[in-house]
Design a protein around this ligand. Sequence first.
Ligand SMILES: [Zn+2]
Length: 342
Amino acid sequence: MKQLINPTVEQLGETPEAFLRLLGEPCMIYVEGEERTRTRGLVTLLHGNEPSGLRALHRWLRQGRRPCCNLLCFIPAVEAALLDSLHKHRVYPGERDMNRCFFPPYEDRPGKVAEEIVDLFEQYQPEAVLDIHNTSGHSPDFAVVTYESEPHEALVSLFCDRLVITDLRLGALMERSSRRCPVVTIECGGAADEAANEVAWQGLQRYLHQPEVLQLEHGKQMDIYRHPVRLELIPGTVVAFAEGYVIGTDLTVPADLDRHNFGTVERGTLIGWLGSEAAERCLRVHNAKGEDVGSRLFEIHGNQLVTAVPLKLFMITTRPDIALSDCLLYAAEEREHEILKT
Ligand SMILES: [Zn+2]
């Protein structure tokens, strides 16, 4: 992996794109802080099509400011981001999703990159790690953590106030979170949403210049979503996004389904049109224990797949490739807003 220590303005290029072309491969960047005894970690562009964190980091590096603590950051999916048109590919074709590779075995290329990141974080011992992403569909900003704790919530609150607590385990970087080093995933909003760039920029500046980032501001209220499930499609499912059923598909999803991101939908909300009775078998809705909860949360009326209970939906994608390779959406049963004790 390439390493840049206190990069000069020439090493950064004029634009984020020029910067990526200069890098050409996964990169570690280290910037010495005012306080040299503490380090903070940052990862962005684990997915090649999610540029908000990279743009914010590039903008900040170009300013030449010194962070309050040392900064250790990683830009992993450089090759995927540069392939074909810029930020088209989430994953390098034919490889595993880089954010599913943070636990052994680390045998393939994305696994080796993930292993190197894990090793370097072990070596530098940051007090926290942020992993900055975008969603592929339109979405407001939110964050994801693997368990509830004040440091997690404090880090998230630098960026946003919607917090998903998930017990699903996929091999993501945030699953390495510990008491010694909390790790949070920040989803700044849609990759094509201008607002997402601003979320990343404002949050990153707080993270890099605020002396304390692990204590939640007193009275801060978070909107919490606990234990979501993923609506997955089995390999080989023919899926389309359109205004009405597309002949030949197993599932056609309304093209604007992502308007429900982080909204609460009532029972009976349309999720898609099914091609046949057998098409139902293309869907998989498992909770963290591996139990099939599909029939409790969703039901079928005629050829329509609809919600069976009120649900909060999020991370709804409108890209067929991502719906197939990752999931169509996440769903959490509706709860009242909860106030965290501080
Ligand atoms: Zn991502």
